[in-house]
Design a protein around this ligand. Structure first.
Ligand SMILES: [Zn+2]
Length: 368
């Protein structure tokens, strides 16, 4: 690797403490690593200026410090492995426009990946994903906005509803002029205003039990279910069964009639718990719970909440989805189950749900 040009990663800060203690501060993930090093390592790091080739560095350090080539090459490999330095890309995967548009995001990705080229590839994966959002309410609609802001360019959005006054309080993109307009069409025009390259397919209809998901989810890479009508439990069960069978990753978001600041859950077929695993978890954990008749018959059908709660849930979901699509972390170990955020103490607690090995949908015996 004689002609490679390395640079210290943009998202890395390096501190030297006496005597010869080096601390690497990974700014995006807030991690720190501390190493005891000799002066040669410090000199080597100073040579990695984003302009000198490996050959230049070897020649310089051989002369000044008397190091041999193998030692220098091994140290450089180690610095790459620890994601302290990265190869300076000579050829870009993305256009100059997209590199500029998504500069901060690509910088963020690069901390979790080997080098800048991998970060650009991650951005490309996001830009090439076709995501379906079923239900364009406060959660689904705000997820669509954030996904397109992040670079997703192909969406299928489904909703039957028109905008009412109460929607304005919970959507980032509705205003007084939106009342009475079709939610999907208004969302589509907003998404096109964010990025004129987006391709949005709108389906303006009520989701019904007999609907053929094969047609709705044709060529879809990822599905978000935010359909709380006729009932989120029902729509999630139908959609999750279909997606598990066809190995389509999906996210259950919205329709949170029990708690508006729920995080929802990422479902990776045959890896994380599916909707049926959640159902059997609740069946067991709530086995002894018996509903008591409420003395007040007329209760509000609307659950209370703040606009920020829908934005919290939609942002949380989008971050999990981006993490999954870009493969930033090993989700075999890191995926999250549903979490519940509470207002008073600002705490986030995760349910103790596990994948049910006997699950009739995603259990080992049913894997297709
Ligand atoms: Zn399951």
């Amino acid at each position: 690797m004689d002609n490679i040009i390395f640079k210290i990663k943009d998202s890395v800060d390096i501190y030297v403490h006496e005597p010869n203690v080096l601390t690497i501060y990974y700014m995006n993930s807030r991690r720190r690593k501390t190493f005891r090093v000799n002066q040669c390592m410090i000199d080597l790091l100073e040579c990695i200026d984003g302009e000198s080739t490996t050959e230049d560095i070897i020649t310089r350090l051989k002369t000044t410090l008397g190091l041999n080539e193998e030692e220098i090459q091994n140290t450089l490999k180690l610095l790459v492995e620890y994601r302290i330095i990265t190869e300076k890309s000579s050829e870009n995967i993305l256009s100059d426009y997209d590199l500029q548009r998504y500069a901060r995001q690509i910088n963020y990705f690069s901390e979790f990946l080997r080098d800048e080229k991998c970060a650009q590839e991650a951005q490309k994966r996001l830009m090439e994903s076709h995501i379906a959002i079923l239900g364009c309410g406060a959660i689904g609609g705000n997820m669509a906005i954030q996904l397109v802001m992040s670079g997703v360019q192909q969406l299928t959005i489904l909703d039957y509803d028109v905008v009412s006054a109460s929607d304005i309080a919970r959507h980032m993109y509705f205003d007084n002029y939106s009342i009475g307009m079709q939610k999907t069409e208004l969302l589509k025009s907003k998404l096109e205003a964010i990025d004129s390259r987006v391709r949005i397919r709108t389906i303006n209809k009520v989701f019904r039990p007999e609907d053929d998901l094969t047609e709705i989810l044709h060529n879809i890479d990822f599905v978000i279910n935010s359909l709380d009508e006729p009932y989120i439990g029902y729509t999630s069960s139908k959609i999750s069964r279909f997606c598990v069978k066809h190995r389509i990753p999906h996210y259950i978001a919205g329709g949170f009639d029990a708690h508006l600041a729920s995080t929802g859950e990422l479902i990776i077929p045959y890896m994380s718990p599916c909707v049926e695993c959640y159902a059997s978890h609740f069946k067991t954990s709530l086995a002894n719970w018996k509903p008591k008749k409420h003395p007040v018959i007329e209760r509000s059908k609307e659950i209370g909440g703040l606009p920020s709660m829908s934005l919290f849930s939609s942002s949380f979901g989008v971050m999990e989805i981006i993490k999954y699509i870009t493969r930033l972390v090993d989700l075999n170990k890191e995926y999250k189950v549903r979490g519940e955020w509470t207002f008073t103490d600002m705490n986030l607690q995760y349910l103790k749900v596990e994948k049910d090995p006997e699950c009739l949908i995603c259990g080992a015996n049913n894997e297709t």
